[in-house]
Write a protein that binds this ligand. Sequence first.
Ligand code: SP5
Ligand code: ZN
Length: 347
Amino acid sequence: MLAVWSGRHAGHDPQHEVQFGERIPIYEVPARAEAIRAALEADGGFSLVGPRDHGTGPIEAVHDPAMLRYLEEAWRDWEALGRGGELVPHTVLHPGLREGMGPAAEPSTPAGRIGFWCFETMTPIVAGTYEAVRAAADVGLTAADAVLGGERAAYALCRPPGHHAARAVFGGYCFLNNAAIAAEHLVRETGEPVAVLDVDYHHGNGTQQIFWERGDVLYVSLHGDTRRAYPYFTGSPEETGAGRGRGATMNVPLPEGCSDDRYLDLLDRALEAVAGFPGETLVVSLGLDTLAEDPITDLALTLDVYPEIGRRVGALGRRTVVVQEGGYHLPSLGEGVVGFLRGVGGG
Ligand code: SP5
Ligand code: ZN
C-alpha cells in the first residue's frame, strides 16, 4: 500500500499544552509520526513517498482563506513583538460576548487574532507550525491523488491531525482539516459523493461543521460520548445535518470502557450508513486513541481489534484514503496503524 508522509511535521514541536489552567507536557508530539513511520518501514508492505505541493487552492476550498493567512503570519507577528515560547490564546471569542451585536471583526494584534481563530488552549503555535500543517494537508491530498490514479487504498500519515479544525476555527491539536480537504478534493475531482468515516476517539467537530449542509459528503463518526468527552459541544446522535445535508451526518457515541465486541457492533451500524450512501470513495479519519492504553481517553479496545476494524472497512469495497488523526500511546501506535491498514488492504 502507498503511504504518504513528510518530515516537515517535525517543525511543529510545542512542549506544552494548557489543560484546566495547568501547563502539562503535550501529548501530540513528533515521536507519534516517527513511531508510525518506523512501523510502516519495518513491515515492508508499504511504499513511503513524499507529498506533492497542491498550493492553497484545495485548502481554501474548505477553510476561510483569512484563517490560512493567519496561520501563515501568526508566528512571525508574535516574534516581531519580541515574544517567543509557544503561542496560546489567553482569550477566545465566545459567542456570548457579542450576542445580539453581530459578528466580531478580526483583530489586528497577535493577542487578539489568536483568540479570534483558536477555540482552546491545547493547540500551541510555534516556529515550524505553518510549514508542518501545510505539509500535512499535502500529505492527505497526495494520498487522495493516489486513489484517483487507481490505487484501491492509500494512507496519509498526517501530523498535526485535522478533524477538530472547522471552516474558520482551529483547536484540538488540529489546524487544517486534512481529511476534509482530501474529501473535498475527491468530490471535485470525481464529481461524485464521498463518505467520511471517523474512528478517532474524539468527535470530529470540524469535519461535521464543514460538511453539515452538504448532501454529497456523508460524515459518520464513532466517538466517546461528548456528554463526558472532548469536544463537548458537538457529537450527539440528534445531529444529523441540515439543508441539503439533512441525514448526511451520523454520530455514534461510545460508552466509557467500551469493549472490542461492543465497538464492532456499533461500527457495523456506522458501516451500514456508509454502504447505503452513493459514491465509491471513502475517507477514513483514523485515530488510535480508542485504545485502552491511550493516556487521554477511556475506552477498552485492544490492539487485536484494529485489523478487524480495517477488514470491515475494506469489505465496503470502496477506494479508500486513510488519514491519520489522533492516538497518544506511543508504544502501540505503529502496530495499531499497520494492523488497521493491513485489514483494509486485505493483508
Ligand atoms: C486529534 C485529537 O485526537 N485531538 C484530541 C484533542 C483532545 N484534547 C483535550 C483532551 C482533554 C481531556 N482530558 C484528558 C484527561 C487525561 N487524563
Ligand atoms: Zn482523538
